[in-house]
Design a protein around this ligand. Structure first.
Ligand code: AMP
Ligand code: GLY
Length: 415
C-alpha cells in the first residue's frame, strides 16, 4: 500500500512511525512533513490546505490511501478532493469536518442527537455575550466559533477578560463550566462502525499545575488508571453512536477520527469539544501502545469496511509524552534556535523543527518536539519520557514537569 500522509506536526510524526511499521505499507510519502518524518519516508512539498494540490499529488504518487492529520485541510475540503479522484482518504469531508470547524455546528449536532454537553449560547454581540456570562456565572467559558489551533478558548474567573475575548472573536459560544477531569477519546470510524482507541489525558495549559494560557497541548499519557471501567463503552453509546447517526441524517457521514474531548462531571461524562482528527500530543502517547498495524485500520475506515476488522491489540503498560516548546509559546514562537540531542532518537517526535542549510536542526514553531516513552507502569513511562527531555537542549526551551504526575500519585478523582 502506498500511503500519502498530510501534515507536519508531532501527531503526524507519530502516525508516520506507526504507518512505517506496518508491513502492508510499501511506500510512505509525507507532505509537507518535517525533518523527523524524513527518516521514515519520502517528503513531498504541497500546500496542505489546497484541496486540488493535495489530490493532484495523490494521483501523481499513485497513492492507495491518503491520511490527513490536521484539521485545517479537512475543513478546507481536502478529503472531498482526494475521494473525487477515486482514492481512499482517511479524514472527514468538508461538511463533516464542521464538527470541529464550527463550535456552534457541533453544539447543534449534539443537541439534535441528545449528546450530554455543557449548556451554551451562540453570541454575536457584546450584549449577548454579557447576558450569557451572567446566566452561567464564573468560571466563564468563551469559545471562538471557528478554528483557532487550540487557542480559541478562554476559561477565566475574570468577567472583563471573558467579555474581551468575545469582542475579539466576533461570533462565540459561551457555555457553562464543566468541573471534572478531562479525557480525550479518539474513535476511528467509517461513519457507521466505530472503533475506540484507548483514552488519554492532555495537558492544555502552558505551565505546571495547569497555570497560564491554553496551548495546543503540552503533554499526555495513556491509558488512564483512574477512569471508570465502563467509560469507553458509555461514551460510545451515549456520544459517538448518536453523533454518527445524526451526521448521516444530515448527509454528512463522518469518516475519519472523531476526537471526543470529555469532562467527567458529577452528572457523568459530558462533551467539551469534538475534533475531526487525532489529537496532538495525545496521539503520540496512544499510538505508542497500538500493536495492530495502523495502515490497515485507517484503510478499512476509509473504504467503509471497518466492521470486518478484528479488535485492536494494545501493548501492556503505559505511555507518556512531554512536549518541548520554543521561547514565547503560546503567544508566539521562536525560530532558528539550534536544537541538540534530537536527531534520530527513538521516541523523539518532531513538530516545529527545520533543517538549516548547514545541516543543524533548529526550532521552527511553537511546539518543537514531543518526547514519548513506554513503561510497564505509568511512573516508568514518565521517568523514561523525562529522560528523553533531559537529552535535548535549545535556547528558551519550555516544558511542563508535571505530566502524568497527579495520575501516578492517585490525585485524580472522578466526582
Ligand atoms: P476546547 O478547545 O474546546 O477543547 O477547549 C480547550 C480547553 O478549555 C479544554 O480542554 C478545557 O480544558 C477547557 N474548556 C473548554 N470548555 C470547557 C467547559 N465548558 N468547562 C470547563 N473547561 C472547558
Ligand atoms: N491536544 C488537543 C488537540 O489536539 O486539540
Amino acid at each position: 500500500m502506498r500511503v500519502l500522509l498530510i501534515g507536519t506536526g508531532g501527531r503526524e510524526h507519530a502516525i508516520a512511525a506507526a504507518l512505517a511499521a506496518d508491513p502492508a505499507v510499501t511506500a510512505l510519502i509525507c507532505a509537507p512533513g518535517n525533518p523527523g518524518m524524513a527518516a521514515l519516508g519520502t517528503l513531498a512539498d504541497v500546500d496542505p490546505v489546497d484541496p486540488g494540490a493535495v489530490a493532484a499529488l495523490a494521483v501523481e504518487l499513485g497513492a492507495d490511501l491518503v491520511v490527513v492529520g490536521p484539521e485545517a485541510p479537512l475543513v478546507a475540503g481536502v478529503a472531498d478532493a482526494v475521494r473525487a479522484k477515486g482514492i481512499p482518504c482517511f479524514g472527514p469531508s468538508q461538511a463533516a469536518a464542521q464538527l470541529e470547524g464550527s463550535k456552534a455546528f457541533a453544539k447543534d449536532v449534539m443537541r439534535a442527537a441528545g449528546v450530554p454537553t455543557a449548556r451554551s449560547f451562540v453570541c454575536t454581540t457584546p450584549d449577548e455575550v454579557a447576558a450569557a456570562l451572567d446566566e452561567f456565572g464564573p468560571p466563564y467559558v468563551v469559545k471562538d466559533d471557528g478554528l483557532a489551533a487550540g487557542k480559541g478558548v478562554v476559561v477565566t474567573e475574570d468577567r472583563a477578560e471573558a467579555l474581551a475575548h468575545g469582542a475579539a472573536c466576533g461570533r462565540v459560544v459561551v457555555e457553562e463550566y464543566l468541573a471534572g477531569p478531562e479525557v480525550s477519546l479518539f474513535v476511528v470510524t467509517d461513519g457507521v462502525s466505530a472503533v475506540p482507541l484507548q483514552p488519554a489525558q492532555d495537558f492544555k495549559r502552558i505551565f505546571d499545575g495547569d497555570q497560564g494560557p491554553n496551548t495546543g497541548g503540552m503533554g499526555a499519557y495513556s491509558p488512564l488508571p483512574w477512569a471508570p471501567p465502563d467509560l469507553v463503552e458509555e461514551v460510545m453509546a451515549r456520544v459517538v453512536q448518536p453523533t454518527l447517526a445524526e451526521m448521516r441524517r444530515r448527509d454528512a457521514q463522518f469518516n475519519g477520527t472523531l476526537y471526543v474531548g470529555l469532562a467527567l462531571t458529577a452528572d457523568g461524562p459530558k462533551v467539551i469539544e469534538f475534533n475531526c482528527r487525532f489529537g496532538d500530543p495525545e496521539t503520540q502517547a496512544v499510538l505508542a501502545r497500538l500493536e495492530t498495524p495502523l495502515a490497515g485500520v485507517l484503510h478499512a475506515a476509509a473504504v467503509g469496511r471497518l466492521a470486518e476488522d478484528p479488535p485492536l491489540a494494545w501493548r501492556s503498560g503505559a505511555a507518556v509524552c512531554v512536549v518541548m516548546a520554543s521561547a514565547g509559546y503560546p503567544a508566539s514562537a521562536s525560530r532558528g534556535d539550534v536544537i541538540t540531542g534530537a536527531d534520530d532518537v527513538p521516541g523523539v517526535l518532531h513538530a516545529g523543527t527545520a533543517r538549516r542549510a548547514d545541516g543543524a536542526l533548529v526550532t521552527a514553531g511553537g511546539r518543537v518536539l514531543t518526547c514519548t516513552a513506554l513503561g510497564e507502569t505509568l511512573a516508568e513511562a514518565r521517568d523514561a519520557a523525562y529522560e528523553l527531555v533531559r537529552g535535548i537542549a535549545f535556547d528558551g526551551a519550555q516544558f511542563r514537569t508535571d505530566i502524568a504526575r497527579a495520575a501516578i500519585d492517585g490525585n485524580i478523582s472522578v466526582p
